[in-house]
Design a protein. Structure first.
Length: 176
């Protein structure tokens, strides 16, 4: 009798939580927010965590019906902790959105870093390519044109390296 009442209360709380999660259920987060011991899934959507809580509640019901007291206590605690964690995450959604708005649009420093590292690699390959062509040139005009191209590419490479340093400093600043 007591277990049935507690299951009803957990069901009611879960329904309230589901209503609160619904507007945010399919919004993708940038990273998983919960401890792996609390939630097994490593999803990026709150709806997936809600589904896991429902699964845990179903396992709790199964344990109650099976009469396994230790398992019931453990599962009940797990469901309560999962629901509390999801409620706390919901409470921080407004703060996270405000923080995201404070940052300039599209400013993911790690993406920028990867993009600029790719630019650097390609510019270095272009310089090496032009230098190998320069070694096999026959005329003075061709050599001068290639030397100008190499100088221009090296200028772009220097600006790229400076941008890389700025991005790395921004990442350090963001992490501190």
């Amino acid at each position: 009798m007591k277990s049935a009442f507690l299951l009803q209360q957990l069901d009611a709380q879960l329904n309230q939580l589901a209503t609160a999660v619904e507007p945010h259920a399919n919004t993708r987060m940038t990273e998983a927010r919960f401890d792996q011991q609390l939630f097994h899934c490593r999803a990026l959507r709150l709806g997936d965590y809600l589904a896991e809580i429902r699964q845990s509640l179903a396992q709790l019901r199964h344990s109650v019906n099976g009469g396994r007291a230790e398992r019931v206590a453990w599962m009940a605690e797990r469901v309560v902790l999962q629901m509390g964690a999801l409620q706390r995450e919901l409470a921080t959604q407004k703060l996270r959105k405000a923080d995201a708005r404070a940052r300039p649009v599209g400013e993911n420093f790690y993406e920028k870093l990867a993009k600029h590292q790719d630019y650097e690699r390609r510019l270095r390959a272009m310089v090496a390519d032009r230098e190998s062509l320069l070694a096999s040139c026959d005329t003075l005009v061709q050599q001068q044109n290639l030397q100008r191209e190499i100088a221009a590419i090296e200028g772009r490479l220097q600006r790229c390296l400076q941008a890389l340093k700025r991005i790395e400093r921004a990442i350090e600043k963001q992490e501190n």
